[in-house]
Ligand binder design. Structure first.
Ligand code: GLP
Length: 241
């Protein structure tokens, strides 16, 4: 795993954006795997600037998101569909028909998982997958204990994850209890993976990621088995290593 340590979140975001832009320039029809949460916000801001001021072209890019809450409509402001439009898709020249996120309101959620996994096969795995990391080491919404060989599936969110994400909702009671997430195996199919972690909140997870043997107790540790992972951290997230 290549590790890049930056001074702060801004520098981290610029670095992550640089890797994404490089990917898109090398292969204009790249499949980008994208993430939600607070971590990628700075990166998305930089991508928007790059698209508007440095003419980075997303016209032929396909974007594939990791996960979605179960029970939230695509237009619910807390859904990841809404998040991605608000923070990225509405501001770059990507074709909205080329953006894919699991449907958390599907009638048959099991079928939705199978179709999403098939879809990842069909459009090809991400050329580059951007990942955040949860405080408990989750990636996507793969909580501790998730077998590394899981593909897209339904997950019961840990109470600590619901609490960590409650800041995006009016109250903890509004945070869904389940989500659809690409599995660890689905994520590992990506050709390149860029993990970003910023702030003291992530220091334990980063220390464990770099120092513990891979185990299902720390879902992110599965990344140690992948050939092309770049971890970009700021000094606060790296402070316990
Ligand atoms: C969320 C998302 C993950 C994200 C992680 C960290 O629950 N499902 O994709 O990477 O948890 O979130 P944040 O970036 O807000 O700290």
């Amino acid at each position: 795993m290549k590790v890049i340590i930056t001074h702060n979140n801004q520098e981290l975001s610029e670095k992550a954006c640089e890797l994404i832009e490089q990917q898109v320039k090398e292969k204009p029809d790249s499949v980008l795997g994208l993430a939600t949460g607070g971590s990628p916000l700075g990166t998305y801001n930089e991508m928007i600037k790059g698209c508007n001021h440095r003419s980075v072209d997303y016209e032929h890019v396909k974007a594939l998101n990791l996960d979605e809450y179960i029970g939230l409509d695509k237009n619910d402001p807390q859904s990841y569909h809404f998040f991605m439009r608000k923070h990225l898709f509405d501001h770059i020249n990507i074709n909205p028909d080329h953006t894919y996120i699991p449907n958390g309101k599907a009638k048959d959620l099991q079928e939705e998982c199978e179709q999403y996994e098939q879809f990842i096969e069909d459009i090809g795995p991400p050329d580059l997958q951007l990942l955040g990391i949860g405080q408990n080491g989750h990636i996507g919404f793969n909580e501790p204990g998730t077998p590394f060989d899981r593909e897209t599936h339904i997950i019961q969110l840990e109470e600590s994850t619901r609490q960590a994400n409650a800041r995006f909702f009016e109250s903890i009671d509004d945070v869904p209890k389940q989500a659809i997430t690409m599995g660890i195996q689905s994520i590992l199919k990506s050709k390149k993976i860029v993990v970003i972690a910023s702030g003291e909140r992530k220091a334990d997870a980063i220390q464990r990621l770099l120092e513990e043997e891979p185990s299902e107790n720390l879902p992110a540790s599965a990344l140690r088995n992948h050939k092309n992972v770049t971890l970009i951290v700021d000094e606060e997230a790296y402070q316990k290593v």
